[in-house]
Design a protein around this ligand. Structure first.
Ligand code: FES
Length: 177
């Protein structure tokens, strides 16, 4: 783990430790605790799950088992760009699963995962309320309707070009100093 991620993980665990103090050490609090962590940090890390197990006096396996049973929890930090693919009925009927597969293949990750550089994460979501545009993907806060495999390529390419541009801009700024 690099230094920045270590510090990040440390801050996350400190925050969870302080929040745990508010919860009685009762097994019934397991799900509310997991929800609290997910709400504050958007994912449950392995160390966070261990910490919860210790607080409640239950095994790590039990905590992990409960967390994986409910699909509301994710186990990777969200990417800088969050890709959410709708798999509600209308989107599913119009090939939402193919769109999801295309994002997965393009980025080399599965749904609910994050790329190693933390640029992208992919999640499947239920109906987002714009079925007329099916199949739909939401990237960050923008809704992309009538999705097609070629659009997946184009969208990712757009972010890559933007990243290169930012990098060049930074290098240019540094060389001027
Ligand atoms: S099913 Fe995808 S927007 Fe409704």
């Amino acid at each position: 783990m690099d230094h920045t991620r270590e510090t990040e993980e440390e801050a996350l665990l400190n925050d969870i430790a302080s929040m745990l103090a508010a919860f009685e050490k009762e097994r019934a609090n397991l799900i509310p605790i997991l929800q609290m962590i997910q709400e504050r940090h958007h994912y449950l890390s392995a160390s966070a799950l261990q910490m919860v197990a210790k607080h409640l006096g239950v095994s790590g396996c039990e905590v992990y088992g409960v967390a994986t049973f409910y699909n509301q929890f994710r186990f990777y930090p969200p990417g800088k760009h969050r890709i959410r693919v709708c798999l509600g009925t209308a989107c599913h009927l119009r090939g939402g699963d193919i769109i999801l597969e295309n994002f997965e293949r393009k980025l080399g990750i599965k749904e609910a995962e994050t790329t190693a550089d933390r640029e992208f994460s992919i999640d499947r979501v239920a109906c987002v309320g714009c079925c007329a545009l099916a199949p739909v993907a939401i990237i960050d806060d923008t809704v992309h309707g009538h999705m097609a495999p070629s659009k997946v390529e184009g969208l990712i390419l757009g972010f890559e070009i933007e990243k290169q541009r930012e990098k060049r801009g930074k290098q240019h700024g540094e060389s001027k100093q």
